[in-house]
Design a protein around this ligand. Structure first.
Ligand code: OFO
Length: 171
């Protein structure tokens, strides 16, 4: 049975994961309407991943005798000044998410819930990858600056930039 403080912390995190998914869906849609098809595909996939993060937590809460709360979502930001603006927002958001995940881990330790602590380690590891991916993308965009040709190639290549790709050693 989940302790109330753990259930509350996990439900807060469920909302954050759902909001992340919704925010990235809005980013994907903006990129698509700007003709940035590669970035759009990347972001649609990212939105799906966040939904899986949420789902995994919903099922964990319910399996452990708690009640997952499916949250109402606020309207995400709908437009961006540029791709750099968009990915900076994404990276900043992931840093906030990492912080929130650390808060859940802290509650687990305070409540001596080592099962949930163990469950949360997947999220801790996932955040390391997501932050690294966000930084890699921002480094590339900084190099490109306002070069249109560079941006074209970035949009073409970003589809191959996934967390899995980051984990695969280069040949
Ligand atoms: Fe990228 O946030 Fe989920 O965990």
């Amino acid at each position: 049975m989940l302790k109330p403080k753990i259930e509350k912390a996990l439900n807060t995190q469920i909302k954050i994961e759902a909001e992340s998914s919704q925010a990235y869906l809005a980013m994907a849609s903006w990129a698509e309407t700007e003709g940035l098809g590669g970035a759009a595909q990347f972001l649609y996939q990212h939105a799906d991943e966040e939904r899986i993060h949420m789902l995994k937590m919903v099922q964990y809460v319910n399996e452990r005798g708690g009640k997952a709360v499916i949250p109402a979502l606020k309207q995400p930001k709908l437009s961006y000044k540029s791709l750099t603006d968009l990915f900076q927002t994404l990276l900043d958001h992931e840093l906030v998410v990492s912080n929130e995940i650390n808060n859940v881990v802290e509650v687990c330790l305070a409540e001596k819930d080592y099962t949930t602590h163990n469950f949360m380690q997947w999220y801790v590891a996932e955040q390391i990858e997501e932050e690294a991916l966000g930084r890699t993308i921002m480094d590339k965009l900084r190099l490109i600056g306002s070069d249109k040709g560079g941006l074209y190639l970035f949009d073409r290549d970003i589809q191959t930039l996934t967390i899995t790709a980051l984990n695969t050693p280069k040949q």
